[in-house]
Design a protein around this ligand. Structure first.
Ligand SMILES: O=C(O)CCC(=O)C(=O)O
Ligand SMILES: [Fe+2]
Length: 327
């Protein structure tokens, strides 16, 4: 449960990356990072990730190239339109995405992990690829693919740190759980208010995210993401150059038996600038069965499960079907 935080902690994760053989718990600096991760997940549900080792060129580059795409005429962008027949991959125009039933003042490109058609039977057909990339900017595909590889690695490492913080086995979320994460990357463009009459001012309605862990790469010059504390106050996630904003999702709540709960957040772009952000959603395996883990049941309430199990793909399809305006 989010506490009455009034700021979002900053965690330098570089000590977790310095040992390629694994995270060394005996190192007091590592230990301190793990403690900070646990406290941030428990009390805030959000933290900035610093020292992540991903090049600034790539982090800024994916935003700039996405911005160039959003600047194209609508008819050009609609050539890669997302629908239920594209596996929910591709472009969604302004106001065609819904959060909590309300239209969002944003446009986006969604790319999911690609998998072999037929790999998951009938339910998998809903999400079969390939991803849809535009002819222009031509470099978007390659940059986003490189970005996806880097962000999956980073998400995995942070997840390991969260488990190790309580003395759990670091690979608890690998293998059948999230070892083959069905991740989603979403490039989002939020128009600036700039005095224009918008039918909706909310870039993204208040919500929690579905998966395990989310890393948001946001423009440096616009503050628009807001995080709700226990008293209902909205705390701005002011951009800190060189960091990602990390938050936890619904599936981590179930797996951790409520040790960690996702925090409600929303996006409002009141600036005059067009804002680009790229959340990377680190998710369970497509067909993972998500239920409270024994390790966390012991830590949270005498071994008793507080939540029912969920098949991730079923959870996802229900969410996604409610999210897009279908014509
Ligand atoms: O744009 C952002 O900063 C975050 C967007 C978000 O919360 C989401 O897409 O789930
Ligand atoms: Fe979100």
């Amino acid at each position: 449960m989010a506490s009455n935080f009034d700021s979002i902690p900053i965690i330098d994760v570089s000590p977790l990356l310095s040992n390629p053989e694994g995270i060394n718990m005996d190192d007091p600096i590592v230990f301190q990072v793990l403690e900070m991760l646990h406290a941030a997940c428990k009390n805030v549900g959000f933290f900035y990730v610093k020292g992540h080792g991903i090049s600034d060129t790539l982090v800024r580059g994916v935003r700039e190239v996405s911005r160039n795409f959003f600047n194209l005429p609508l008819e050009e962008k609609m050539k890669i339109k997302l629908s239920s027949t594209t596996g929910y991959r591709g472009y969604t125009k302004l106001l065609d995405n819904k959060t909590q039933g309300k239209q969002d003042m944003h446009e986006s490109i969604d790319a999911y992990k690609e998998f072999t058609p037929g790999a998951y039977g009938p339910i998998g057909e809903n999400f079969e690829g390939p991803n849809l990339w535009p002819a222009y900017p031509q470099e978007l595909k390659q940059m986003m693919e490189e970005y996806g590889v880097a962000l999956e690695k980073l998400s995995k490492m942070i997840t390991r740190g969260i488990v190790l913080a309580l003395g759990g086995s670091p690979d608890i979320f690998e293998g059948d759980r999230a070892g083959d994460s069905f991740w989603l990357m979403r490039s989002i463009g939020y128009p600036g208010s700039g005095g224009a009459a918008h039918p909706s001012a909310i870039g993204c309605e208040a919500h929690t995210d579905y998966g395990l862990l989310i890393l948001v790469n946001q423009d440096d010059n616009v503050t628009a993401l807001e995080v709700q504390n226990r008293s209902g106050e909205w705390i701005p996630a002011v951009p800190i150059p060189g960091t990602f904003v990390c938050n936890i999702g619904d599936m981590l709540k179930i797996w951790s038996n409520g040790m960690y709960e996702p925090t409600v957040h929303r996006v409002i772009n009141n600036s005059s600038e067009f804002r680009v952000s790229i959340p990377f959603f680190y998710e369970p395996n497509f067909n993972a069965v998500v239920e409270p883990l024994e390790f966390y049941k012991q830590k949270t309430g005498g071994g008793v499960a507080k939540f029912n199990k969920v098949v991730y793909a079923e959870y996802l399809i229900n969410k996604v079907r409610n999210n897009f305006v279908h014509e």
